[in-house]
Design a protein around this ligand. Structure first.
Ligand SMILES: [Zn+2]
Length: 324
């Protein structure tokens, strides 16, 4: 048994503070080894074949998302929504359906004020992908929550992913992958900073996969104990340069909004605000700002339209509006 397997097996018995301590050690050790592929893996820059660019000629795209891991995170999500309203941005909030009571007031508030709501698993217990049977049983319930919440997007707890099984969800997009993140338990990156279509199989519909492309807050500020947003800026600059999609996942759970002293596993929400200011200041008018569901719809449209067709014996781009 690998050390990591043993760790995940024993994890429920290990106090949270010890878990974080052990992960900090592992991350420190790994960080130097992966310096060529994290935070930037330059091989991920390539746009898809027949790429026609972002809407309205924008140079790159930005998608803001949040996973709300705990009840406390849900309480703080109101402060986070307020911060975003002040900054005139919108995002998606993914709630864990059965780990805490998901407030219908908060969901309604978000939906009615231009935010998106998504599903972040049922329990956040690391067991969603344990077996095909567990997965199928949970998928039935997850589909129920998707329908009840009017949600079309899913992100798996701990970023576990099996793109084939995900067809069981009634979703327009999944967002459980990343271009590069060697610090995740299932660390296989998808190798692109663009969305991609996962085609349907059998009677199952296809969906759009939206990889996150900026490091998660937990990795940077809790595990690596970074004291600033240089890594976010550096990665954003590179994505802007090559015209990709900057997709960020942050957690209200770990944010401190300044009303109480900074606690263990918290970072100042001001970091996130600083990131938004940097984006808006440096790249004003240059990026397409989209909710994940809008990104998924744009990409589905692109994927179904921009397919190669034979024209005069050579492959060419299908003219817009032409079908078949
Ligand atoms: Zn989570």
């Amino acid at each position: 048994m690998r050390a990591m397997d043993a760790y995940y097996l024993l994890r429920p018995m290990i106090p949270r503070s010890v878990q974080v301590f052990l992960r900090r050690l592992a991350v420190q050790r790994k960080r130097e080894k992966v310096a060529d592929t994290w935070p930037i893996d330059r091989s991920c820059y390539k746009p898809p074949l027949y790429w026609g660019g972002w809407p309205e000629g924008h140079r790159f795209a930005v998608v803001l998302t949040h996973d709300v891991d705990t009840a406390e995170g849900q309480n703080k999500s109101q402060s986070l929504a307020r911060l975003e309203e002040e900054m005139e941005v919108r995002s998606s909030f993914n709630f864990v359906a059965k780990r805490y009571h998901v407030s219908s007031e908060i969901r309604s508030y978000l939906s009615e004020n231009g935010f998106e709501v998504g599903v972040h698993g049922l329990y956040h217990d690391g067991k969603l992908y344990e077996s095909k049977e567990t997965f199928r049983n949970r998928a039935i319930q997850i589909n129920q929550y998707l329908a009840d919440w009017g949600a079309v997007g899913f992100r798996s707890p701990a970023m576990h992913h099996n793109l084939d099984w995900i067809h069981d969800f009634n979703i327009e997009y999944d967002a459980s992958t990343f271009d590069t993140d060697p610090f995740e338990p299932q660390s296989d990156g998808v190798g692109t900073i663009f969305p991609f279509m996962v085609r349907g199989n059998g009677d199952k519909e296809g969906y759009i996969e939206l990889p996150y492309t900026l490091p998660q807050d937990f990795t940077l500020f809790v595990l690596m104990q970074e004291r600033g947003i240089d890594i976010w800026k550096k990665k954003l600059d590179w994505i802007a340069e090559v015209g990709g999609m900057a997709l960020l996942n942050t957690h209200p759970d770990y944010m401190n909004f300044g009303d109480i002293p900074l606690r263990n596993e918290e970072y100042p929400a001001a970091y996130y605000k600083e990131f938004l200011s940097y984006l808006q200041g440096r790249y004003k008018g240059e990026y397409w700002s989209a909710l994940p569901r809008d990104m998924a719809r744009f990409w589905r449209d692109f994927s179904s339209r921009e397919t190669p067709v034979m024209m005069n014996g050579i492959f060419g781009k299908k003219p817009a509006g032409q079908t078949g």
